[in-house]
Design a protein around this ligand. Structure first.
Ligand code: NDP
Ligand code: HSE
Length: 433
C-alpha cells in the first residue's frame, strides 16, 4: 500500500518511525507492505529534520493528495482548512483517508463521511480520539452488541498533564502548559486544550458512534480548566474527590447529554487516578456493564500506533466490497436517529459549590434554605477559613443530583445575598457508578 502523508509534524514523525521500525511485523499482519511514498510539507527543511532524509517532499498538497499512485492519504496537518478541502479531494480521487484530526471531523464529519460513502472509500480516525487507545474500534465493533448508556472520558492529555502537575508537583498553570507543549501533547493552538474544545471534539465523535446520531459539535456544552482555582482542587481532595476535565455523553429518556467540564470524581475510582498525559474512557453498555480503556492520549508514537492500526485495517479490507465494510460511525448511514442533544439546563447531575461569605450567624441557614426551597439535598458540607480576613470564610457544599436549571435558579438567589462576597464557584460532580 502506498501512503502519502500530508503534514510533517509530531504525529507524522511518529508514523514514519514506527512504520520503519515494525515494517516486517506489519507486513505479516496486513498481508503486504505499507510504504510512505511521499510527504507534503510547506517547509521541506523542517520536515526533513522531523522525518529524516530519505522521503520525497512536495510543496503541492493537493497534487499529492490526488496522485495516481497513492492508495491512502494520511492527513496529519490539523485545523479545518485546507485539511477539509484536501480530504474531500482525496476522497473524490478514490483514495482512502486516515486522519488524526478530531477538529475536522467534529465540524465536517457528516459531510466527509457522506462523501466517503458515496465514493466507496474509508475515512479512518482511530487517532482522533484518545491518542493511542483503540477506543473507536472498541465502540464501533467490540461493543456492537450493546445499547450504550453513557461514555465518560479523560480525553485531553494536555489538561490532564496540567492538572496532575499542579496537584502532584505544585507547578503553576503556565509552567505545566509549557512542559506539555514541549512534550508534543498540545494542539497548535493550546487554547483548544485548555478551554475544553479538543475534548469536546472527541466526545462529540464518541457520542455519534455510541448512540447512532449525526456529529453535532455545535450542541456540545464546553468548559475548560482555564479558570480552575487551586483552592477547589484542595477542597475537593479534602472531600474525597479529584477534579478532572471530563467529556461525558449520556442517553436519557429526554435526549442525549453532551458536555465537557471540570468534574469532581471520587478519588477511589480508577478514573480519578489517571495522571499525566494518560487518557481513560469508560463506556457503560447494557450487556457488558462498565468497561474502562486506558493508555497514552497524546505523543508521537502513541498516536502513530492508532494511525498505523488504521493503515493495517484498510490494507486488509482494501479489496472488500464497500457495502460490506464497517460503517464509519458504527451505525448504518441510513439508520441514524434524531434523538435531540439536551440543552445544559436539562442535564441532571450533582454539584460542588464554593461560597465565599461573611462569617456570621444565619448565613449558612440562608444558603441551605434556598437550596431546600429549590428541592436540592445536601450531600456534604465543609467550612474553611479563607484569605487574610478572619471575618470571611469559604463554605463548600456537595449536593445530590438535581436538574441544572434548578441549580441556576438557586445560585442566582444565593449570589444575591448580602453575606455572599464573591462569585459562587460551581463545579459538576459525577460518581461514575
Ligand atoms: P504539528 O503541529 O506537530 O504538525 C502539523 C504539520 O502540518 C506540520 O508539518 C505543519 O507545518 C503542517 N501544517 C499545519 N497546517 C498547515 C497548513 N495550513 N498548510 C500546510 N501545512 C500545514 O501537529 P501534530 O503532529 O501534533 O498534530 C497533527 C494532527 O494530529 C492534528 O490534527 C492533531 O490534533 C492530531 N493529534 C495530535 C496528537 C499529538 O499528540 N500531537 C495526538 C492525537 C491527534 P509547519 O511545521 O510548517 O507548521
Ligand atoms: N492535544 C491533544 C491532547 C492531543 O492533549 O490530548 C491528542 O489528541
Amino acid at each position: 500500500m502506498r501512503i502519502a502523508l500530508l503534514g510533517a509534524g509530531t504525529v507524522a514523525s511518529g508514523v514514519v518511525r514506527v512504520l520503519q521500525r515494525n515494517q516486517d511485523e506489519l507486513c505479516r499482519r496486513a498481508g503486504r507492505g505499507i510504504e510512505v511514498v511521499a510527504v507534503a510539507a510547506r517547509n521541506a527543511a523542517k520536515a526533513r529534520q522531523a522525518l529524516g532524509e530519505g522521503l520525497p517532499m512536495h510543496a503541492d498538497f493537493l497534487a499529492l493528495a490526488t496522485r495516481e499512485d497513492v492508495d491512502i492519504v494520511v492527513e496529519l496537518m490539523g485545523g479545518l482548512e485546507p485539511a477539509r478541502e484536501l480530504v474531500l479531494a482525496a476522497i473524490r480521487a478514490g483514495k482512502h483517508v486516515v486522519t488524526a484530526n478530531k477538529a475536522l471531523l467534529a465540524h465536517h464529519g457528516n459531510e466527509i463521511f457522506a462523501a466517503a460513502q458515496s465514493h466507496g472509500v474509508v475515512v479512518a480516525f482511530e487517532a482522533a480520539v484518545a491518542g493511542g487507545i483503540p477506543i473507536i474500534k472498541a465502540v464501533r465493533e467490540g461493543l456492537a452488541a450493546n445499547r450504550i448508556e453513557w461514555v465518560a472520558g479523560i480525553i485531553n492529555g494536555t489538561t490532564n498533564f496540567i492538572l496532575s502537575s499542579m496537584r502532584e508537583q505544585g507547578l503553576d498553570f503556565a509552567s505545566a502548559l509549557a512542559k506539555a507543549q514541549q512534550l508534543g501533547y498540545a494542539e497548535a493552538d493550546p487554547g483548544f486544550d485548555i478551554d475544553g474544545v479538543d475534548a469536546a471534539h472527541k466526545i462529540t465523535l464518541l457520542c455519534a458512534m455510541a448512540f447512532g446520531v449525526p456529529v453535532q459539535f455545535q450542541r456540545a456544552h464546553v468548559q475548560g480548566i482555564r479558570d480552575l482555582d487551586g483552592a477547589d482542587i484542595r477542597y475537593a481532595e479534602q472531600l474525597g474527590y479529584r477534579i478532572k476535565l471530563l467529556g461525558l455523553t449520556r442517553r436519557s429518556q429526554q435526549g442525549i447529554e453532551l458536555r465537557v467540564h471540570p468534574t469532581l470524581i471520587p478519588s477511589a475510582r480508577l478514573m480519578a487516578n489517571v495522571e499525566g498525559a494518560m487518557n481513560a474512557v469508560m463506556v457503560q453498555g447494557d450487556a457488558v456493564g462498565p468497561t474502562l480503556f486506558y493508555g497514552k492520549g497524546a505523543g508521537a508514537e502513541a498516536t502513530a500506533s492508532s494511525v498505523i492500526a488504521d493503515l493495517v485495517d484498510i490494507t486488509r479490507l482494501h479489496t472488500a466490497d464497500p457495502e460490506h465494510r464497517v460503517p464509519h460511525l458504527a451505525f448504518q448511514p441510513g439508520a441514524l436517529a434524531d434523538t435531540p442533544i439536551l440543552p445544559m439546563s436539562q442535564v441532571r447531575t450533582s454539584y460542588y459549590l464554593r461560597i465565599h461569605v461573611r462569617d456570621e450567624a444565619g448565613v449558612l441557614a440562608e444558603i441551605t434554605r434556598i437550596l431546600a426551597e429549590q428541592g436540592m439535598s445536601i450531600d456534604a458540607l465543609l467550612q474553611r477559613p479563607s484569605g487574610e480576613n478572619d471575618q470571611h470564610t469559604d463554605v463548600i457544599l456537595l449536593t445530590h443530583e438535581t436538574l441544572e436549571w434548578r441549580m441556576d435558579e438557586a445560585l442566582a438567589r444565593i449570589q444575591a445575598l448580602d453575606s455572599v462576597l464573591a462569585p459562587v464557584v460551581r463545579l459538576r460532580k459525577e460518581e461514575l457508578r
